[in-house]
Design a protein around this ligand. Structure first.
Ligand SMILES: NC(=O)c1ccc[n+]([C@@H]2O[C@H](COP(=O)([O-])OP(=O)(O)OC[C@H]3O[C@@H](n4cnc5c(N)ncnc54)[C@H](O)[C@@H]3O)[C@@H](O)[C@H]2O)c1
Ligand SMILES: O=P(O)(O)OC[C@@H](O)[C@@H](O)[C@H](O)[C@H](O)CO
Length: 504
């Protein structure tokens, strides 16, 4: 067994000849060109993976990544990555069990902001850094779901707004939030005459670049109106569609990498083998030659984004709560359940989801949907329903509510989507059909669980009290099927509701 380190790569490569790709570029020549905030499983399976392929294809490693963690929990990522010279093992798994494992070397550095904020700002103001990218989750954009407005009162944001980050200020402070770091770094670059970086959001939200622009400018406007105007004129915020199912790393993944490759890796990543990145080509300060490794550079990302969010992410919501209520643990188990698969494919993808998905250049949507069902069924990925059900107060308003609104506005039926929202409300009661208690992982946990606890007295309590649905609560074409579905879930159970939806 060999601990993963740059110096051990020749030995690891020799032992795994033909079974493992390792960086064949000089790691000591990596130069940071990208700062990435939010290095989780997905960033390491996707953006860092594409760059690693580019460097391995012969491009010099001068767009390497400096990872930045802002939350206390990110200390563990710093420990893992710095101990391993930024290296980690990525194991994409095909549906037939095939693996195409690689050691990824594109993350050259990692900074844990709560302990080294000055170093983070220094990196972000380095003229060599020309892109700052983000995977900070849907919740990281800090907007009010019912209005879309930036929330100035979020405590960490309010603290950043009140603080003075100028290095020579009498009580100089450092930012805590993504907004604080990005805007302060842009202020410093402007003051020093350094070209701004491009801000690249890689989160699963519609118009992720546009959303990042609106939220960052809203923050900046509350701090320094002139700077906000400059950001609006000078900073590019390209949109992109990102795709690769990446579960949370499990203990058995660590053991698998040890057993299969003799590598002691503190934090490997397992993902599916499918990967896609469709990106608006708007990088005034330059960018890596991503197109050389299969990234699709396009003028308009929106059709790709809508296709992915409304077919993949919404379908994840279809299987998540129903799957858990039916006693399943993994996404592949839920999609092997005939009733749930039929509701997902026939009633949601071909039914209520379909009219909200545009034509996409070069894509056969029927083939795309079949491929999605096959991807969900990939047992080797072992994606948990718990991951898909986490942070639903961010996900349902971001993905499912727009589908419901669009259908209602066009006079179409929303019974299936209403049943999915009801399955979330039932799940938020925190107790399964066999009485098992499950953790509701949600930053609004208290609010949504308190709302769900009032189901006996008011069947619409969840819709009202969760404060995430805006005027949907007033639309009987939605509340009526929602109420019926919730009643059935609470009396006859999830299976009975699926049968009713399917007419079985
Ligand atoms: N996992 C996937 O299959 C997948 C696929 C496509 C896109 N994504 C996108 O990537 C995001 C992250 O997924 P992941 O699997 O890497 O999750 P993860 O839990 O492994 O990592 C999340 C990272 O985001 C950071 N973060 C969370 N909230 C933040 C905030 N408010 N401010 C700053 N940083 C914050 C965390 O500190 C952590 O570093 C998702 O929310 C989604 O938008 C994920
Ligand atoms: O990671 P989230 O919170 O955006 O959503 C959960 C899943 O739907 C998502 O991670 C998918 O696995 C991913 O979008 C596939 O590309």
């Amino acid at each position: 067994m060999t601990a993963l380190r740059a110096a051990a790569l020749p030995q690891i490569a020799a032992r795994n000849a033909g079974r493992l790709t390792v960086p064949d570029y000089p790691l000591e020549e990596r130069r940071v060109g990208i700062v990435h905030i939010g290095v989780g499983g997905f960033h390491r399976a996707h953006q860092a993976y594409y760059l690693d392929r580019l460097f391995n294809a012969g491009r010099s490693p001068d767009w390497a990544i400096c990872g930045v963690g802002l939350l206390p929990g990110d200390a563990a990522m710093r420990e893992a990555l710095t101990a391993q010279d930024g290296l980690y093992t990525l194991v994409p798994k095909a549906p037939d069990g095939g693996r195409d494992a690689r050691v990824v070397g594109s993350i050259a550095e990692y900074l844990f902001a709560p302990e080294e904020p000055a170093a983070v700002l220094e990196r972000m103001t380095d003229p060599e850094v020309r892109i700052v990218s983000l995977t900070v989750t849907e919740g990281g954009y800090n907007y009010e779901p019912s209005t879309g407005e930036f929330r100035l009162e979020t405590p960490a944001v309010a603290r950043d707004l009140a603080a003075d980050f100028r290095a020579d200020a009498p009580q100089a402070a450092f930012p805590e939030t993504m907004f604080g770091f990005v805007v302060e770094a842009l202020r410093r670059r402007r003051a020093a005459g350094v070209e701004p970086f491009t801000l690249l959001s890689c989160d699963n939200v519609r118009g992720n670049g546009d959303l990042a622009r609106r939220m960052i400018i809203a923050y900046a406007a509350a701090k320094d109106a002139e700077l906000a105007a400059w950001i609006g004129e000078q900073v590019a915020f390209p949109n992109c569609m990102v795709d690769r199912i990446t579960p949370v790393t499990a203990e058995q993944d660590v053991a698998m990498v040890a057993a299969d490759h003799g590598i002691e890796d503190r934090w490997p990543v397992v993902s599916e083998d499918f990967v896609q990145w469709v990106l608006e080509d708007d990088f005034p300060a330059g960018r890596p030659a991503w197109e050389e490794v299969g990234v699709q550079m396009v003028d308009d990302v929106e059709p790709y984004e809508l296709m992915k969010l409304r077919l993949l992410n919404c379908s994840h919501q279809v299987i998540a709560y129903f799957g858990l209520l039916l006693g399943h643990t993994y996404a592949h188990e839920a999609s092997a359940d005939d009733d749930l698969a039929a509701v997902t494919r026939r009633l949601y993808m071909d039914g209520e989801g379909a009219p909200t998905v545009p034509e996409v250049p070069g894509i056969d949507l029927e083939g795309y949907k079949d491929e999605l069902m096959a991807r969900f069924s990939n047992a080797h990925v072992a994606d948990t329903l718990a991951r898909l059900a986490a942070e639903s107060s961010d996900r349902i308003p971001t993905w499912m509510v727009p589908v419901i609104r669009e259908n209602l506005d066009a006079g179409r039926d929303v019974s299936v989507c209403a049943a999915v929202v009801a399955s979330w409300a039932r799940y938020a009661e925190g107790v399964g059909e066999d009485g098992e208690v499950w953790p509701v992982v949600d930053r609004l946990r208290e609010r949504v669980m308190a709302a769900a606890a009032r189901h006996d007295e008011d069947p619409l309590a969840f819709l009202r009290d969760a404060e995430l649905f805006g005027d949907l609560v007033e639309r009987p074409e939605f509340t009526a099927p929602y109420e019926r579905a919730l009643h059935m879930l609470r009396t006859d159970g999830a299976r009975a509701l699926l049968h009713e939806l399917l007419g079985r």
